[in-house]
Design a protein around this ligand. Structure first.
Ligand code: HT7
Ligand code: ZN
Length: 838
């Protein structure tokens, strides 16, 4: 397969002035007529993308012309083209047999599209690349009640999108859909009709998505000064979808999981995800759609910035410190993991085989961290000014990271050439800090180093903004937060002080680095109790939890009483946000501990990690013992369910406490909570507790109650595997794959069972028998033939294989080799497996 390089970027020899598309929809024989107006830039052949298309007719300015077809391209020789011409093409495609869910496909009897990154080429012949932008006119002929496309409607089935857009933002939906409708008046006075389209029967689950949309529209006006620009904004929920959602201009298409919510069927986490993803897709209208990417190497230009903006939005809608802690938990779980393994790549990659493989945590989440650092470095006012310049200067353009950085350089006068290394160097920098106190001088010595990664043996120092403060041994703040910029490999900071303080470094996690200090447990206990920065209070608690878990794992030690006391103090402190307390109570994940072992030079044993985590959890439960029932009672949320942060916070603490209580009473209180639950958050929390306690009836009861609800059943499938005893996990997962409702072609259902094992039951997945690895490989090979994108994404469960013992390594290698040599393996999966094996 061909590798595409950033350095090879060349503009097209023709521009596209206008695109008109006429669809006659049919499940297996859809006709697409296109009328595309081109203007010449260079006299070269016209080479357009096109895959899985049956060409029916082709004319240039009304005349037949010679042309060549390959599996992937249509070529018309330059000799038959003039300065300006219209290409008319008719093709036939088969949405029903399109199982890859890219291009035009069918989901539950409905037609829908997914064109990012390169799906438009499965609809008709076109320059399928983001730097070719044009206005679109679309006509849809279909016997469906609803037909939608981008832009504004002009007649039934007819749509005009005046804003030039690349192919990846094209969308079409047709089917039996019902809309919830509302309105928003923009800051410019534009009356916008808002619709959330769902399948009949789901219309009572759209309120929250609509509410989140209106709040997003208002927030973006208030905070970024950017209004919406069409008369209609449509959201459609689709059951079969490879990712979370898609920001098509004026017609966002969503995985139904991120639209549909009712108190009975969706958890607080689901509500928060819906809010964040609705906002994310809406914010793309400015950061992605109006200003798009010149090429796919610049993906972080739109994704990093849009993730950063949706995180800002969620922080404003909920608790900012809690949001930050959750974002960092995600970053460490997904992006640090990626950066530490064979799939590490820069935020702006320089080469790819299949671009779908680069919709990664590094591009999205590290990309967002890079924006956050930029804002910290220049300050909030300069950030706002730079963003205004970015929107003014680049509206309607396809841009690069260089354009983005230039805007900051021009608006602040700063030289950001070194900062650009954050986009170019893969790997997480390690920041090692030592300190000393002598003769009234406190010295902090900082060193940064990034490990080599594929193709990058030597890394240069990066600009690291370090937000820091100093705390006295009595807990009083000696130095309030200040931002120190580190740009060299080493930095020494000096402070005149009366006594040695405790440093509180990287407040708010001001840079995506791994901080290595020699901080004592005693100092961590002071920070946990007194740090003025909530992020670092939580960080202290997580480091204490980790060291206690590691001590149990390596030496069988019982958790330190001082830590258990401190934990109890935080948990019982009702002046603290319950959501914060819940985060403090949550133990580091098993994967996180495996990584901690690896970092400490210990080969992780997933079985032992699972046991150590259980032992420490039990010790916490025993320590809090009698206090638990009262604490649980104090988290009650009387009155009707509200997804708002306050109530959700209490439920999240309640769930953690109930887990602890279950370790003591074997599930008595969880059973009562399950029976009394009136919302899915409480029901699912109690369900998990009961499964973990070995309850033999609750799974069937839950299933019987929710059999007809697709999204709730996804939770049932996932939870059933996640809570299985590691020795039984493969058998449980295998049995679930034989369940009548295991529709493996549906990505949500597939992920429920497969990731329920790989991500949520690591001790089961890494079972010494190798059965977990075989199970994953079997299912990846089965899915690959139908849906390469989701298969490739899920193959990353193997990315940490080098951490493990030689026996496990050999077992994983065997499965990776089996996948790699499978006849007909997709380009997507071949690239991922190849990179993991290198
Ligand atoms: N920009 C979108 C990314 C995307 C995608 C979405 C659905 C299916 C396949 C996809 N490939 C790429 C989603 C986003 O980041 O907002
Ligand atoms: Zn996005």
């Amino acid at each position: 397969p061909q590798t595409i390089y950033l350095k090879d970027y060349t503009p097209t020899p023709y521009n596209v002035a206008h695109v008109a598309l006429d669809f006659t929809l049919h499940p297996t024989a859809t006709r697409v007529q296109s009328r595309i107006t081109f203007t010449r830039v260079r006299a070269e052949d016209l080479v357009l993308n096109g895959e899985d298309l049956i060409l029916k007719s082709l004319r240039v300015d009304g005349a037949e012309v010679p042309h060549e077809l390959s599996e992937t391209h249509l070529t018309i020789p330059a000799a038959h083209l003039s300065d300006a011409f219209t290409l008319e093409v008719e093709v036939e495609i088969s949405p029903q047999t399109n199982t890859a869910l890219e291009g035009l496909y069918m989901s539950g009897g409905m037609y829908c599209t997914q064109c990012e990154a390169e799906g438009f080429r499965k609809i008709t012949y076109m320059y399928d690349r983001p730097d070719v932008m044009a206005p679109y006119e679309v006509t849809i002929h279909a016997d469906t009640p609803v037909q939608l496309s981008n832009g504004n409607p002009t007649a039934p089935g007819c749509w005009t999108d005046p804003h030039p857009k690349p192919t990846y933002l094209f969308a079409l939906v047709a089917g039996d859909l019902v809309a919830t409708t509302d309105h928003f008046t923009t800051m410019e006075g534009r009356e916008v009709t808002l619709n959330v389209y769902v399948r009949p029967g789901d219309e009572d689950k759209t309120d929250y998505a609509m509410d989140a949309l209106k709040r997003s529209m208002k927030w973006e006006e208030d905070v970024y000064g950017r209004p919406y620009d069409l008369d209609v904004f449509n959201i459609v929920a689709v059951d079969d979808f490879n990712m979370g959602a898609m920001e098509n201009k004026g017609l966002n298409i969503f995985n139904s999981k991120y639209v549909l919510a009712s108190p009975e069927t969706a958890t607080d986490t689901d509500y928060a995800m819906i809010e964040g993803i609705v906002a994310h897709e809406y914010f793309h209208n400015w950061t992605g759609n109006r200003i798009t990417c010149r090429d796919w190497f610049q993906l972080c230009l739109k994704e990093g910035l849009t993730v950063y903006r949706d995180q800002q939005f969620s922080a404003d809608m909920r608790s900012a410190p809690v949001q930050r802690i959750k974002d960092v938990l995600q970053l460490r779980a997904r992006q640090f993991r990626e950066d530490a393994g064979p799939l590490a790549h820069p935020v702006r990659p320089e080469a790819f085989v299949e671009i779908n493989n680069f919709y990664t945590a590094t591009v999205y989440e590290k990309g967002a961290e890079v924006i956050g650092m930029l804002r910290t470095l220049v300050g909030p006012a300069a950030y706002d000014a730079a963003l205004t310049l970015y929107f003014d200067r680049h509206d309607g353009q396809a841009c690069t990271i260089e354009d983005w950085i230039q805007v900051f350089e021009d608006s602040t006068g700063r030289d950001l050439s070194q900062f650009k290394r954050w986009y170019a160097q893969a790997g997480t920098p390690h920041l090692t800090v030592t300190d000393d106190f002598k003769n009234g001088e406190y010295t902090l010595h900082l060193k940064q180093k990034t490990k080599p990664s594929a193709g990058q043996p030597d890394k240069a120092p990066q600009v690291i903004p370090i937000a820091m403060g100093l705390i006295g041994a009595d807990g009083a703040e000696v130095l309030p937060t200040q931002v120190v910029e580190m740009s060299e490999a080493e930095l020494t900071l000096r402070y005149e002080l009366d006594a040695k303080p405790i440093p509180s470094l990287l407040r708010g996690f001001s840079a995506p680095v791994i901080l290595e200090t020699e901080q004592s447990e005693a100092d961590r206990l002071v920070l946990l109790a007194h740090d003025t920065d909530p992020f670092n209070r939580w960080e202290a608690s997580t480091l204490l939890a980790k060291s206690n878990l590691m001590a149990n794992l390596t030496a069988g030690s019982a958790p330190a009483t001082a830590w258990l006391d401190a934990l109890t103090k935080v948990i019982t402190d009702d002046t603290l946000d319950p959501a914060f307390r819940a985060l403090v109570l949550a133990l580091p994940s098993e994967d996180n501990l495996a990584n901690a072992c690896d970092a400490a030079g210990i080969v992780p044993d997933p079985t032992a990690i699972h046991s150590a985590r259980k032992a420490v959890h039990l010790a916490i439960a025993q320590h809090m013992g009698e206090a638990l029932p009262a604490l649980i009672a104090a988290t009650a949320t009387p009155g009707p369910y509200s997804p708002a942060a306050n109530d959700a916070a209490k439920r999240s603490l309640r769930a953690q406490l109930l887990r602890l209580q279950t370790r003591l009473d074997g599930g008595t209180m969880a059973r009562a909570a399950y029976d009394a639950a009136t919302n899915m958050t409480d029901q699912l929390a109690a369900f998990g507790c009961l499964l973990s306690a070995g309850d033999t009836t609750v799974a069937a009861a839950f299933e019987a109650q929710w059999r007809t609800d697709r999204l709730v059943m996804d939770k049932w499938f996932a939870m059933s595997v996640a809570e299985a005893d590691p020795d039984d996990a493969v058998a449980v997962a295998t049995a679930l794959t034989q369940h009548a409702d295991f529709d493996w072609k549906n990505p949500n259902r597939f992920r429920s069972v497969i990731a329920g094992m790989t991500a949520m039951n690591p001790a089961g997945f890494h079972h010494p028998s190798g059965a977990g690895y075989r199970f994953l490989a079997d299912w990846l090979l089965k899915l690959d033939a139908l849906n390469p994108q989701t298969t490739a994404r899920m193959s990353t469960a193997f990315e940490t294989w080098r951490r493990y013992d030689v026996d496990r390594q050999a077992l994983i290698q065997e499965q990776l080799a089996r996948i790699a040599t499978h006849p007909g393996l997709s380009r997507d999966t071949a690239e991922m497996v190849g990179r993991m094996r290198d």
